[in-house]
Write a protein that binds this ligand. Structure first.
Ligand code: FES
Length: 110
């Protein structure tokens, strides 16, 4: 099974099993990480914001306009920012490494 590596805000690296077809948000949440995913992947909250490691940025499918619009509402957005609910695991993404931000913003709450 593919794996992902998630770096928590305190620097802890977690290696997680990442079933193909599951989103990074779901995988992190199932593992008990601090990924809220308040809208369950409907691109309405930005609480699944992650920073993709530089080597992986270009390997991910390009982000759509809806994802980009929602990220505009997140805290601390960089050119490595993505919504974890929009990254769906494939075999090719084995080893994908992302970092969690210190804070997220739930756009559902305004
Ligand atoms: S879970 Fe809400 S935008 Fe990703």
């Amino acid at each position: 099974m593919p794996k992902i590596i998630v770096i928590e805000p305190d620097g802890t690296r977690r290696e997680l099993d990442a079933p193909v077809g599951k989103s990074l948000m779901q995988i992190g949440r199932d593992a008990g990480l601090d990924i809220e995913g308040a809208c369950d992947g409907a691109m309405a909250c930005s609480t699944c914001h992650v920073y993709v490691e530089p080597a992986w940025v270009a390997k991910l499918p390009k982000m759509g306009e809806d994802e980009s619009d929602m990220l505009d509402l997140a805290f601390g957005v960089t050119d490595r920012s993505r919504l974890g609910c929009q990254i769906v695991m494939t075999e090719e993404l084995d080893g994908l490494t992302v970092a969690l931000p210190k804070n997220t913003r739930n756009a559902l709450l305004g």
